[in-house]
Ligand binder design. Structure first.
Ligand SMILES: [Zn+2]
Length: 88
């Protein structure tokens, strides 16, 4: 019966896929899972096995931060303000 107790203590890791996440190693999209291990957050690519620690700051926004080589691709809310065009 001790088996039941150990199962309760060690919950199966809930791995959630990060939508839109791209693996920095194999560039596979939607193959990155997010899970907790040892009190730390990790992301892992189910395609190539890439694993990296996610350092969470106080801001939950950090979770969705896209890591890029250069910061050209900064995700910013795009405000589309189209001036009324006269069609002819
Ligand atoms: Zn990968």
């Amino acid at each position: 019966m001790t088996k039941d107790d150990s199962d309760k203590q060690q919950k199966p890791q809930k791995k959630r896929f990060i939508a839109g996440a791209v693996c920095p190693r194999c560039s596979a999209m939607d193959r990155i899972v997010n899970f907790r291990e040892g009190g730390k957050n990790y992301r892992e690519c189910v395609e190539c096995g890439f694993k990296d620690e996610i350092r969470l700051q106080s801001s939950p926004r950090e979770l969705n931060t896209r890591v890029t080589a250069d910061r050209e691709e900064v995700v910013t809310p795009v405000k589309i303000i189209q001036p009324p065009k006269k069609e002819q």
